[in-house]
Design a protein around this ligand. Structure first.
Ligand code: 4NP
Length: 163
């Protein structure tokens, strides 16, 4: 089983969308999640402000618009065991990446990467922090960018693990 962890700052805006999108697209591609499944997807924040909280309503809304329900997710903070449990740890931006690299044991550093490094044709290299966006258009934009990252990651996982 391939275990994938998406990480942002608060675990309420970007990484819940990445988790939901990954699960949705992987299931569409015929991969099953769960104990006996092909993959496990989760998300976490580098910060602790939103531990136990549901995702931001703007993330829930944009996901719902595209048929993905992320409302049952709850925020949690990255913990040391994540670096052994997960095979791929995907940071939304360079700040998250640096935080993860500083906490990650040397033998697991290669697990940590920027999500958008798996979508090299995307104009952006980081998923912008949408927390202070004033309108929903920004959430549409990050939904689309995260989708590109997730698709690129899935293509890699399919060729490396599921072909
Ligand atoms: P996220 O967005 O990292 O995409 O979940 C944020 C959510 C909350 C905060 C910052 C970013 N905050 O400062 O509380």
């Amino acid at each position: 089983m391939v275990k994938v962890l998406f990480v942002c700052l608060g675990n309420i805006c970007r990484s819940p969308l990445a988790e939901g999108l990954f699960r949705h697209r992987a299931l569409e591609a015929g991969l099953d999640e769960g104990l006996s499944g092909a993959f496990l997807a989760d998300s976490a924040g580098t910060g602790s402000w939103h531990v136990g909280n549901p995702p931001d309503i703007r993330s829930v809304a944009v996901a719902r618009k595209y048929g993905i329900d992320i409302s049952a997710q709850r925020g949690r903070q990255i913990e040391p065991t994540d670096f052994t449990t997960f095979d791929y740890i995907l940071a939304m931006d360079r700040d998250n990446l640096s935080t993860l690299q500083a906490q990650c044991p040397p033998e697991h550093q290669e697990k940590v990467s920027l999500l958008l490094s798996h979508a090299p044709d995307t104009m952006l290299t980081e998923v912008p922090d949408p927390y202070f966006f004033r309108d929903d258009a920004g959430f549409e934009r990050i939904f689309s960018v995260i989708g590109e990252g997730v698709d690129g990651l899935l293509a890699r996982l399919k060729s490396d693990h599921f072909s």
